[in-house]
Design a protein around this ligand. Structure first.
Ligand SMILES: Nc1ncnc2c1ncn2[C@@H]1O[C@H](COP(=O)(O)OP(=O)(O)OP(=O)(O)O)[C@@H](O)[C@H]1O
Length: 318
């Protein structure tokens, strides 16, 4: 159980309806202090609307959000939360630096704060260029810099890598990880599963407005699938079934067995096969990616139909 000091954000039954459309449907989620939390969902799943309710920008139809111990949107809380939601609004003809200065001025923050955040996002050298001349990556970074003004405890970023090229995405990921390393909590939304898998500690998966699951990335990915070829086949099947249960073993299209096991159990399988007198030709464990798990969760019947063993084997033995 999470105690409230460890939580920077909690929503309970958060719901938003637009006419007949339910954009967010009873979402209860928790973000813990110091973590990078990935809010995952397809386009239109309800991520942005949820984030906007957390920031007090949209009024919930039902339920509520508590941010840093207070109801969402309270002015004293807002100052401790930095956000980049749905693209930053900057003056195109002002420089990046002057755009930040005007925001800092409005919030009574010193100019040194502008230099601090420019440096954090690596824009010090280009700070005097007009915003309209920035690349998309620089614009995103300036948006993050604006979110970091005032050194917020919680940083909320909506699709921070949207539209960035691979190098820009890598820079943004590095920046997010460094924010958490420095003790901030980061909540980011994304539909990019590899990205979330790489940088997030926990994730919430939202689909059609509903939170399907909230868990640590490692827990969500669960165990491994082992591709097994051993003879005699009957012995292999019996051993695999003993370790994985009848539901955890299936025959793959090429005749090999697919065996679902806990993450570190591949050596147990090999040992048990050898003890049972089987000849082991192949034991190839592959981890389930977050993408596979997400696909299974958000596509009815996907477990039965997804392509088998699409990830590369890591420990071939034969
Ligand atoms: N102001 C609004 N009026 C009517 N419907 C809205 C409004 N804002 C959002 N919606 C609808 O609510 C649903 C959720 O939208 P939302 O923007 O929260 O999804 P999302 O997960 O952030 O998607 P994306 O990744 O495409 O931004 C969508 O069906 C959207 O059309």
């Amino acid at each position: 159980m999470d105690n409230d000091d460890a939580l920077v954000l909690r929503t309970e039954g958060l719901t938003k309806r637009y006419g007949d459309r339910v954009a967010v449907d009873g979402v209860s989620m928790t973000v813990r202090r110091g973590e990078v939390y990935g809010f995952l969902g397809h386009n239109g799943a309800g991520k942005t609307t949820t984030l906007r309710m957390m920031l007090g920008l949209v009024r919930p139809t039902a339920g509520g959000a508590t941010v840093l111990g207070h109801p969402a949107g309270r002015p004293d809380t807002t100052a401790r939360v930095g956000a980049l939601v749905e693209g930053p609004g900057f003056y195109p003809y002002l420089s990046g630096r002057d755009n930040l200065r005007s925001l800092a001025h409005y919030r009574h923050l010193p100019r040194t704060e502008v230099e601090r955040v420019l440096s954090l996002v690596d824009l010090t050298a280009r700070g005097d260029d007009a915003y309209k001349g920035y690349s998309l990556g620089m614009k995103q970074r300036l948006g993050v810099a604006a979110a970091l003004l005032g050194d917020p405890e919680l940083v909320i970023l909506d699709e921070p890598t949207n539209g960035l090229d691979p190098a820009g995405m890598a820079d943004m990921r590095e920046l997010v990880v460094s924010l958490a390393r420095d003790g901030r909590t980061v909540l980011l939304s994304s539909h990019l599963l590899t990205e979330v898998q790489e940088i997030c500690d926990r994730v919430g998966v939202i689909d059609h407005g509903r939170l399907l699951r909230e868990a640590a990335v490692t827990d969500l990915r669960g165990g491994i699938t082992v591709r097994l070829r051993a003879t005699p086949h009957d012995t292999a099947l019996a051993v695999a079934t003993r370790l994985a249960g009848p539901g955890g073993v299936r025959t793959l299209p090429d005749g090999a067995l697919g065996v679902d096991l806990p993450a570190s159990a591949a050596p147990d399988l090999t040992r048990a096969l050898v003890t049972a007198g089987a000849d082991v030709h192949e034991v190839a464990p592959s981890e389930r990616t977050l993408e596979e798990v997400f696909f299974e969760m958000t596509t009815p019947g996907a477990r039965a139909t997804r392509p088998e063993s699409t990830t590369s084997p890591k420990e071939p033995v034969s």
